[in-house]
Design a protein around this ligand. Sequence first.
Ligand code: T46
Length: 136
Amino acid sequence: MNVKLLPLQKHGDDRGSLIALEEGQNVPFTVRRVYYLFETKEGVRRGFHAHKNLKQLVVAVRGSCRFLLDDGHEQIELVLDNPAQGLLVEAMVWREMYDFSEDCVLMVLADSLYDESDYIRDKAQFLALTQPESRS
Ligand code: T46
């Protein structure tokens, strides 16, 4: 699956911690947009889409949430609960996010500006596009 958990180096000292995200260093793409999800209500499930081209690095800078990731062949579930870990999600991966802790702040670095036409919001259409015959 086009998904990877990347360790992010923590610069900790007796004052606290700091993590730097640097394009071409620990962020493997050109960063064109940053957004963050916060104040997500209890019981809410978000996402429910894939991207045709977008690459993103997702960091739970505070709190935690779960991800369901599906590339049409395999599904994985994982927890993001560590600001020293980045979840790299490349194109054509269906994502759903849920079990947000009350304090969760999910920061996302993206390689493109917001573009609704890059979203696939219909799961059946996504699954059809991931089948080998759809590429011929
Ligand atoms: C993703 C997951 C992790 C904008 O106007 N600009 C933006 O850059 C974004 C990301 C969203 N929006 C608007 C579009 C909607 O009216 O904000 C509203 C909420 O967006 P959406 O329903 O797409 O949010 P999520 O949480 O379902 O998904 C978001 C990202 O859209 C998506 O790319 O991978 O977070």
